[in-house]
Design a protein around this ligand. Structure first.
Ligand SMILES: C[S@@+](CC[C@H](N)C(=O)[O-])C[C@H]1O[C@@H](n2cnc3c(N)ncnc32)[C@H](O)[C@@H]1O
Length: 254
């Protein structure tokens, strides 16, 4: 499915709305316990959330003192839910746009955040250029993305043995970066595979200081949910916190 269609497709959107993380918010997101400690103190801060979806993290930021929050998403249906959930927070604004198309004045934000959206972008370098263009020096970049072990082969599905238990998770074409077609919510979904090197070395050589790298495991409280124990067999997500070094934005635009 083309990037314009995916989350605005009524069938896909309906299925997404049934997921635990859609019904329960951050409490239903298996990585939240690991992601929350990576976020800086948001009191008085300006945050940009790229691929904000329902806006759960925007609301969380506003509740934790952020002075201005901008959520960007391609999907009008996702943004309609986000606007509804954020009605009590005038400091949150939503923009309907592709992440690839947004631009903001220099030093507009103290935190750039993105949860599970960057694997929809074809270029991580272009994403870093966007962050450098609008984050203040010394500001934070925190993101989660599907783990390279999870995205490498393509389908992102377990293969089952004759007894019905999942075989070892397939990892293949690891160094062959680029487009994959995964199955997600019973639909073919275009995502982009990148190596761990591209993510981490991209940050280190792109003007950022790495602060934290986490491969989250599902928390004990969710282990009894269907399929959750299998999530202990391979990493599904990569969480990263980094800080923009002073002078990085200027050096890169020269
Ligand atoms: C898996 S959802 C995550 C939503 C939210 N960040 C969260 O963690 O709950 C991915 C979101 O990214 C959005 N998205 C995907 N590709 C995008 C793009 N190129 N530009 C803007 N948003 C995009 C989708 O519309 C969707 O809302």
């Amino acid at each position: 499915m083309a990037r314009e269609d995916l989350y605005d497709d009524p069938v896909f959107f309906q299925r997404y709305s049934q997921m635990d993380r859609s019904r329960e918010g951050l409490a239903g997101a298996g990585e939240w316990e690991a992601l929350e400690p990576l976020l800086p103190d948001l009191r008085g801060k300006r945050m940009l959330d790229l691929g904000c979806g329902y806006g759960w993290h925007c609301v969380w930021a506003a509740e934790h003192g952020a002075s201005a929050v901008t959520g960007v998403d391609l999907s009008e249906r996702m943004l309609a839910v986000a606007r509804e959930k954020s009605a009590a927070f005038p400091q949150i604004v939503y923009l309907r746009s592709a992440i690839e198309d947004v631009s903001f004045p220099p030093e507009s934000f103290d935190l750039v955040f993105s949860s599970l959206a960057l694997h929809y972008l074809s270029s991580f370098q272009a994403f870093l250029a966007l962050v450098r263009s609008c984050l203040r020096p010394g500001g934070d970049l925190v993101f989660s993305v599907e783990h390279p072990v999870f995205t490498a082969a393509g389908p992102q599905e377990w293969i089952y043995g004759l007894d019905g238990t999942p075989l070892p998770f397939p990892v293949d074409r690891y160094f062959d970066e680029g487009q994959r077609t995964a199955r997600f919510l019973d639909a073919p979904v275009v995502k982009y595979h990148r190596t761990l090197t591209t993510y981490l070395d991209g940050l280190l050589t792109g003007g950022f200081r790495l602060l934290r790298v986490v491969e989250p495991q599902p928390p004990q409280r969710l282990l009894d949910r269907p399929g959750m124990r299998d999530e202990l067999r391979r990493p599904m997500m990569l969480l990263v916190a980094a800080r923009l070094e002073t002078g990085a934005a200027e050096r890169r635009t020269r």
